[in-house]
Design a protein around this ligand. Sequence first.
Ligand SMILES: *[C@@H]1O[C@H](CO)[C@@H](O)[C@H](O)[C@H]1NC(C)=O
Ligand SMILES: *[C@@H]1O[C@H](CO)[C@@H](O)[C@H](O)[C@H]1NC(C)=O
Ligand SMILES: *[C@@H]1O[C@H](CO)[C@@H](O)[C@H](O)[C@H]1NC(C)=O
Ligand SMILES: CC(=O)N[C@H]1CO[C@H](CO)[C@@H](O)[C@@H]1O
Ligand SMILES: [Zn+2]
Length: 252
Amino acid sequence: MHFTTLFVGLAAVISLVSASPVQNKRALAPVYRSCQNPKQVAMTFDDGAPYIWDADLQATFAKYKAKATFFVNGNNWRCIYDPERVEGMRALFKDGHEFASHTWSHANLTTLAWDKIHSEMWKVEEALIRILGVNPAIVRPPYGEYNDLVRSAANARNQTIALWDFDSEDTLGRTAASTQALYKTLVDKKVSSIAALNHSISNSTVHEVIPYALDLLSKAGYKFVTASECFGVKAYQTTVPEVNKDTAAWKC
Ligand SMILES: *[C@@H]1O[C@H](CO)[C@@H](O)[C@H](O)[C@H]1NC(C)=O
Ligand SMILES: *[C@@H]1O[C@H](CO)[C@@H](O)[C@H](O)[C@H]1NC(C)=O
Ligand SMILES: *[C@@H]1O[C@H](CO)[C@@H](O)[C@H](O)[C@H]1NC(C)=O
Ligand SMILES: CC(=O)N[C@H]1CO[C@H](CO)[C@@H](O)[C@@H]1O
Ligand SMILES: [Zn+2]
C-alpha cells in the first residue's frame, strides 16, 4: 500500500519535472471559472461597457458599495472611443470598477490565426491604455470560446483567461422575471461562490435584473468582488499615466 502510494507520488513528480520544459515551449494561460473563496460573488458585464446604460449600472452598484467588472469590446455595440463612452468608462473606473479585455470585435477566436488573435487582443488593450491608463491582465474570449492557440496567445500577452460559472442567460431572449428567477434559484441553492455573466447591453439586465440580484445576493451574505479578487489574480499588468493626447488616432 505504502509502496504504491510512494510510487504514484514519485511518478507524479517525475512527470511534472519532465513535462515542464515542454510546457515552457508553448505555455498556456490559466483558465479561471470560479472564485477562490467562499461567499464571494463577482458580477461581470460583457459586450457593452461602454454602453448607454453604464451610468445607471454605476448608480445601482454604488447603492450596495459593490464593485463590478466590465469585459469590454472595442468595436461591438458601440465604438469604445465614442466620447460619451470614454467619459462613462472613466467615471466607472474612478468609482473602483474593474476593466478587462473582451477583445476588439467579439470574434470567435478559435476560428482565427495567431496574428489575428493578437490583433483582436492588442487593439482593446491599446484602447484601455489610452482611455484609463491600464493594460489589462485578464481576458475573456467572446462566447467563452478558446483553444490552445488562444491560451498561448493570452499567455504571451501576460494574461489569464476568465470565464464564469453562472450564466444569467440574459442574451437568450429571457424575460427579466425569468432571469431574476435564475438568481433566486442560485441563492436558494446556497452555492459557495458565484462568478456571474451578464450583459450590460441588455436594458432589462441593467434596470430590472441587476437591482434585484444585488439586493438578493447582499441579503444572502455574499461579498461583491471584482474578477481579479474572485480569481485571485492581478487586474492590470501595468498602470501608466492616462494618454489623453493624440486623440485623432482614436478610431474604431
Ligand atoms: C467558434 O468556432 C468553433 C470552431 O469553428 C465552433 O465549433 C464554435 O461553435 C464557434 N462558436 C460560436 C459561438 O460561434
Ligand atoms: C428600458 O427599460 C425601461 C423599463 O425598465 C423602459 O422604461 C425604457 O423605455 C427602456 N429603454 C429602451 C431604450 O428600450
Ligand atoms: C505581467 O503581469 C503581472 C500582473 O499580472 C505584472 O506584475 C508583471 O509585471 C507583468 N510582466 C510583464 C513582463 O509585463
Ligand atoms: C454576446 C454574447 O457573448 N452572447 C453570449 C452570452 O452567453 C450565452 C450563453 O452562454 C451565449 O449563447 C451568447 O452567445
Ligand atoms: Zn461577449
